[in-house]
Write a protein that binds this ligand. Structure first.
Ligand code: DX5
Ligand code: ZN
Length: 228
């Protein structure tokens, strides 16, 4: 993975057919996905349960791009090695998931994986400042994590503050929640380069009829390019 700040669309498989992840991933990559976003939820840190390391390992061979794993779990540390062994390229932990995010990020990098830190809507950009030399990605949540298909919460001031703080460091700014052709231009203009989108990418399509996935991805890209 070489670093660049070009726009990347990362479909979240939380909005895909859970009985058919392999085929869904192949379809959405063929239709133009840049990364695959994998949402892990534990029913404790967030009020919903998705899947764990075994599912991640099973889908890994189907991902040709980047496996971007978003850990909405607490604690995180006991599971880092399992998610690293499952083949994650990036492991993102929530700053709110425990008292020792610094230790968690150290452990992710020690496992040979790129480290991300995610911020809930209620957490300020300044919380990232002491972590800047330990991260490859910061994920700004634009919904309260736990479910796909929620309404976008405007975090553009936070995104702008992070973009200024990051300067020329090789740190991606990822946006997660409620991204669609209307909201994507706002977050991209504020400095985001990775846009996670679940419902806005998978709506209207299927493995048998994947063309809408491509149309949906292109609609987000076009909206960003034209500035909304
Ligand atoms: C929310 C997840 C998101 C979610 C995004 O807790 O982290 O990745 O799947 O879904 P949409 O794009 O539908 O808001
Ligand atoms: Zn996510």
């Amino acid at each position: 993975m070489t670093f660049d700040r070009s726009l990347k669309i990362a479909p979240s498989i939380l909005a895909a057919d859970f009985a058919n992840f392999g085929a869904e991933i192949r379809a959405v990559e063929a239709e133009g996905a840049d990364w695959i976003h994998v949402d892990v939820m534990d029913g404790h840190f967030v009020p919903n349960i998705s899947f764990g390391p075994a599912t991640c390992a099973a889908i890994r061979p189907h991902i040709k791009t980047v496996m971007d794993v978003h850990l909405m779990i607490a604690p995180v540390d006991p599971y880092i090695d399992a998610f690293a062994a499952a083949g994650a390229d990036i492991l993102t932990a929530h700053i709110e998931s425990g008292p020792h995010i610094h230790r968690t990020l150290q452990a992710i990098r020690a496992a040979g994986v790129k480290a991300g830190v995610a911020l809930n809507p209620g957490t300020p950009a300044s919380a990232v400042e002491p972590l800047l030399d330990m991260i490859d990605l910061v994920c700004v949540m634009t919904v309260n994590p736990g479910f796909g298909g929620q309404k976008f919460i405007n975090m553009t001031a936070k995104i702008r503050a992070l973009r200024e703080m990051i300067k020329d460091r090789g740190i991606h700014i990822e946006i997660d929640g409620g991204v669609d052709p209307t909201t994507a231009p706002l977050v991209a203009a504020a400095g985001a380069d990775v846009l996670v989108a679940g419902s806005a990418v998978f709506k209207g399509g299927s493995v048998e009829n994947p063309a809408p996935y491509g149309n949906n991805i292109n609609a987000i890209r076009a909206a960003v390019q034209s500035g909304g």
